[in-house]
Design a protein around this ligand. Structure first.
Ligand SMILES: NC(=O)c1ccc[n+]([C@@H]2O[C@H](COP(=O)([O-])OP(=O)(O)OC[C@H]3O[C@@H](n4cnc5c(N)ncnc54)[C@H](O)[C@@H]3O)[C@@H](O)[C@H]2O)c1
Length: 250
């Protein structure tokens, strides 16, 4: 029970990686606030461990919504021990094809969302001189990938913001780290390949991109998050933990 009695907020908890992290944290003894734009998805995640996972609807793009989330967690539990900024969206375009509106939307969720969640969770962490933030970046935040202009740029921002938070609050008992997954087998990737003319071939291509020849499982990202959230990682801050089946090792 590495996270016994910890209070954890996970955004984008209704699907894929966020759901796996919520489940793993609950198994490790945490109480998890599973926050998602889609309330039914958050509720489905909560069903995995009804005693420990509480569903919550949030739009990480909206300041009032994020503030209400953090305020209600603090009102009920008195603290936020762990914040996982996992909510994210993507696009599959290069610069020229990307409409300004689409660019802004990707940044609104992937970057503004991380900023707002940190802004409204950090004061209570600072007051207690204790807190862990885990941002879900991506391999796309570390290298250029064709057809991912807005996504790469937004995840690059998440990687750098992680280091800035880590260094800004290193003397205040706060740790902030980033997990950069490769391609993970989630509904997101199912939607991506379903749009291709030959979905099976598209999936095989994504698998082949990673030297292990397979997609990462959401549970494998959750295991990395559990480590970073736990006291085992007490000396780890500002780090980028790549979970990518060897993609970046080539
Ligand atoms: N799947 C991958 O291959 C992969 C790889 C690297 C990084 N990531 C990152 O991991 C995170 C999760 O990805 P996933 O594959 O599980 O995606 P997913 O689409 O399966 O789940 C994302 C969840 O975020 C929620 N969400 C979207 N916008 C939101 C908002 N404004 N406010 C609150 N919640 C919102 C969605 O409702 C959904 O439940 C994302 O940040 C993504 O960029 C995914």
């Amino acid at each position: 029970m590495q996270l016994r009695d910890r209070i954890a907020v996970v955004t984008g908890a209704g699907s894929g990686i966020g759901r796996a992290i919520s489940h793993r944290f609950a198994e490790a003894g945490a109480t998890v606030i599973a926050a998602d734009l889609d309330p039914q998805a958050a509720e489905a995640t909560a069903l995995l461990a009804p005693d420990r996972i509480l569903p919550y609807q949030v739009d990480v793009r909206a300041e009032t919504s994020v503030r209400a989330l953090m305020d209600s967690v603090l009102a009920r539990f008195g603290r936020i021990d762990i914040l996982v900024n996992n909510a994210g969206i993507g696009t599959t375009k290069d610069i020229v094809e990307t409409e300004l509106e689409e660019w802004e939307q990707v940044f609104a969720v992937n970057v503004r969302g991380v900023f707002l969640c940190c802004k409204y969770a950090l004061p209570s962490m600072l007051a207690r001189r204790s807190g862990v933030i885990i941002n879900i970046g991506s391999v796309a935040g570390l290298i250029g990938i064709p057809k991912r202009a807005a996504y790469c740029a937004s995840k690059g921002a998440v990687v750098t913001l992680t280091k800035q938070i880590a260094i800004a609050y290193v003397k205040d008992g706060i740790r902030c780290n980033c997990i950069c997954p490769g391609t993970v087998d989630t509904p997101w990737v199912e939607r991506l390949v379903a749009r291709e003319p030959d979905p099976l071939a598209a999936r095989r291509a994504l698998e082949a991109r990673q030297p292990m020849g397979r997609l990462v499982r959401p549970e494998e990202v959750a295991a990395a998050a559990l480590y970073l959230a736990s006291d085992e990682a007490a000396a780890v801050t500002g780090s980028i933990l790549v979970v990518d089946g060897g993609w970046l090792a080539q």
